[in-house]
Each structure stands twice: as C-alpha cells, then as structure tokens.
Design a protein around this ligand. Sequence first.
Ligand code: IPE
Ligand code: IPE
Ligand code: MG
Length: 235
Amino acid sequence: MPLDPERLPRHIAVIMDGNGRWARARGLPRAAGHKAGVDAVRRVVRAASELGLGALTLYAFSTENWGRPSAEVGALMRLLSWALGREALELERNNVRLGAIGRLSDLPAAARKDLAAAVERLGKNTGLRLTLALNYGARQEIVDAVNAGLADGVRRFDEQSLAQRLYTADLPELDLVVRTSGEMRLSNFLLWQAAYAEFVATPVLWPDFDREHLIAAIREFQKRDRRFGGLSTKA
Ligand code: IPE
Ligand code: IPE
Ligand code: MG
C-alpha cells in the first residue's frame, strides 16, 4: 500500500538505538556500530527529504549517555564532527535545514564549534527540518523552559507559555516517535511533545534501518486511529 501523501506525520522523532548490539553481533567495537549508525542517518535523512516530510528529529546523545565510558563518549563526539563534515554538502544539496536541541553549551568545544558551523551553514535552508538532539534530556528541557520563563518574569505558567520555551518551540507538532532495537521506552526523549504522538517500535537495529523501514513506520502511523481522548472519527 502506498503512503497517503496527505497524511504524512508533520514531525517524526527517532530514538536511534542498537548501535552497540549491531557491532557486538559482528564482533566489532561499539564505535564501529556508531559509525555504521551515521550511514543510517544519511539514508533516513535522504529518504525523509524525498518523501517531503516537514521535520525529523534524531536522538543522537542523551544527557544520560555521559555515564558511558569516556572512550565511547569521546568517539561519539568525534564522530559527530566527522559526520557533519562529511554530510554537509549533501545536506546542502537537499536543502536540509539543520538545527540542534539539548544543552549544547555542555558539549566538548570541538563538537560545539563544528555543530555551530554546520547550523550556520544549513540553518537557513527551506527543506526538511533536521534536528539533532545532542546532550538532550526531556526533563532538563522542561526545567530549562521553566527557568527561562522565570527569567522573563513569568509568574504562572500555562501550557502555551511553557511549550513556547521548550527547545522545540518552533518545530511542528510531534506526530510520530520511532524507536529501533526493540526497546519500548522513551529514555527521556521529548516527554512533553510526545503526549499524543504515535509510537512505533521496530526490532531493527539502528545501523540496519533504511528507507523502507522509515516508510513502514509511516505506513503504520497512517493506520492508527488517533483519538486524542475523544471518540473515533472512523465509522
Ligand atoms: C544508540 O545505540 C546510540 C547512542 C545511544 C549514542 P547504543 O549505543 O545505545 O546501542 P545499544 O543499545 O548498546 O545496542
Ligand atoms: C537512548 O538510547 C538515547 C539515544 C538513542 C541517543 P539509550 O541506549 O541511551 O537508552 P537506554 O539506556 O536503553 O534507555
Ligand atoms: Mg541503547
């Protein structure tokens, strides 16, 4: 069944999980799994652009991932710089608008600098909004939003005044969260935004995820009956 182009998710977020298990299954170091994960990012971004999706947010590094061995953290940060360099031209050609969310100021200096340069270069494009979640944690995001509001003199929050201070304030409504590697949790990702998003989990490990898996997830989304607490609009 082809996708219904009228009912594409406005915003898909992906928890890219399973790099370590992918590497382990091949007797490779975990870093090799992360490197293969970059190729999956490239395929999925390209597919998302071609499908005409509006926004894609990728969970690349959580605030809890600092708890991993420092060699792995270092490898991930170097991989980020390397991948931004390698992919910039193709992202530019595809008119991808790059952004990043998370406590970016706590990233290592080199990663921060390379990320800022890429966002500067690609941030004004008008195509797919690709957002990398880096040193991202949803609880921290909510705390940061509250503190930003207090600094602005807000004394009492409502949903709007809080949502407009989240890192995602100018992104479209989150419609679909995809998680690879078979895990069934959000791991501190977009807790506020996911309130009524559909969740699709696939056993596929992130480095194996490709265009067809993305299409399958969207197809699954299009089959869902989103009731938002009301009654079905279907007969
Ligand atoms: C996801 O893969 C990448 C990051 C969290 C940075 P993992 O590294 O979590 O892979 P598994 O879950 O150990 O297989
Ligand atoms: C979530 O994966 C974070 C990213 C994909 C960046 P984790 O592998 O860190 O999550 P847990 O530990 O399985 O919950
Ligand atoms: Mg994992």
